[in-house]
Design a protein around this ligand. Structure first.
Ligand code: UD1
Ligand code: UDP
Length: 359
């Protein structure tokens, strides 16, 4: 039996190809939702629009400090694994759900498969960097999206035999949903936007939005972009960021703040944007795969492949640098090659797990 552990928006999206593949092959599997994300537009919406089965278990852990959240997830995961006794569990990415799920499982001697293994920003101030490193070192199967990620793992002494380069399941998710998105939603029309004549923004990194000066600088950078290019700036706001904008009392002249979108709508907005500005991991990858320039409002990235192929530029969080980076990205020709694979990562991962199960 395969246990799929997830808990946040990006995990639901990037695990969806794996869940679909398990269902298609009629495998014995279960989905354990930790409940790290729980607001409708960060959670249920994705199960509904991606037509995913109801999670078999939901721990409802909710929000809290890192230690509180991680501890609640571990305790809950341990109980479910003791009952279900899976042969292997799968975790994806770098959230608290991932590190806590992997730690609880490895203490029960349940094998762990880490999807998106080997990513490194080399910045240990990011809570996600700690989660990635720990999870990789606890895992039995490391599904690295690229050769670069594999090399990072080898440099840390991880056995090559445990590593399988699969591509990133985000490509599967994009390929599986882009057509459905075109048929089912028309978000540009709803927002009165013209293709390639607007900017799309997301920001939610703890180190960016929990810091008043940084968040203010980011938003003032967005305001200057809106003024210089005279194009709408659409900013679907993550709940963490919404709370901070409110609490810090930060104004946002000319920026259209909206609720988070579903994946089908967001994919459409990304594909037609002039430039995407973000501090998200998944959004850097998606913009690259969709052929849209990305300006990343950070000083480092665990997705260097996007910089190497020329789809992404690090612009930091100072308003003048953000504007400068966008001016530069506006001149790119957008003809890079997607470094994240052919959209068969989900199939490869499930094949490895199915073989492990019978082996
Ligand atoms: C988490 C992950 C981050 C990931 C992001 C994806 C960790 C350490 N962080 O960050 O790596 O990029 O998810 O979006 O695991 N909140 C709600 N509703 C929700 C979820 C959160 O209102 O459904 C609010 C709460 O005020 C909460 C805050 O957002 O305190 C932060 O949530 P949390 O899950 O702790 O971290 P994220 O910023 O979402
Ligand atoms: N996303 C979405 N709606 C939004 C913003 C983002 O569906 O309004 C999707 C996006 O397409 C990507 C994922 O959320 O697949 C990225 O999640 P997030 O930025 O929260 O986390 P990260 O990737 O940084 O861990």
């Amino acid at each position: 039996m395969i246990g799929i552990v997830l808990g946040t928006r990006p995990e639901i999206i990037k695990m969806s190809p794996v869940i679909r593949e398990c269902a298609r092959r009629n495998l014995d599997y279960f989905v354990l939702h930790t409940g790290q994300h729980y607001s409708y537009e960060m959670d249920r919406l994705f199960f509904e629009e991606l037509d995913l089965p109801e999670p078999h278990h939901n721990l409802d852990v909710g929000s809290g400090t890192h230690a509180e959240q991680t501890a609640r997830i571990m305790t809950g995961v341990e109980k479910v694994l003791a009952k279900e006794a899976p042969d292997v569990i799968l975790v994806q990415g770098d959230t608290n759900t991932v590190v806590a799920g992997a730690l609880a499982a490895s203490k029960l001697h349940t094998r762990v498969g880490h999807i998106e293994a080997g990513l490194r920003s080399f910045n240990r101030w990011m809570p996600e960097e700690i989660n990635r490193i720990l999870t990789d070192h606890m895992s039995d199967y490391l599904f690295a999206p690229t050769e670069k990620a594999r090399e990072n793992l080898l440099k840390e002494g991880i056995d090559d035999k445990k590593i399988c380069v699969t591509g990133n399941t985000v490509v599967d998710a994009i390929y599986q949903n882009l057509d459905i998105s075109r048929k089912k939603v028309n978000v540009l029309k709803n927002l009165d936007l013209k293709p390639k004549e607007y900017f799309l923004v997301t920001a939610h990194r703890q180190e960016n939005v929990d810091n008043r000066a940084r968040l203010k600088d980011i938003i003032s950078g967005l305001e200057s972009i809106q003024q210089e290019f005279s194009m709408p700036v659409i900013f679907p706001v993550h709940p963490r960021t919404a709370r901070r904008i409110d609490e810090f009392g930060i104004g946002h002249d000319g920026i259209q703040l909206t609720k988070p979108f579903g994946f089908l709508e967001f994919l459409q907005l990304e594909a037609q944007a002039r430039i995407v500005l973000t501090d998200s991991g998944g959004v850097q990858e998606e913009a690259c795969v969709l052929g849209v320039p990305c300006a990343t409002m950070r000083y480092d990235t665990e997705r260097p492949e996007t910089i190497d192929v020329g789809s992404n530029i690090l612009v930091g969080t100072e308003s003048a640098r953000i504007l400068e980076g966008v001016r530069s990205a506006a001149t790119w020709e957008n003809c890079w090659k997607n470094p994240y694979g052919d959209g068969i990562a989900g199939k490869m991962i499930v094949l490895v797990c199915a073989a492990a199960r019978s082996g």
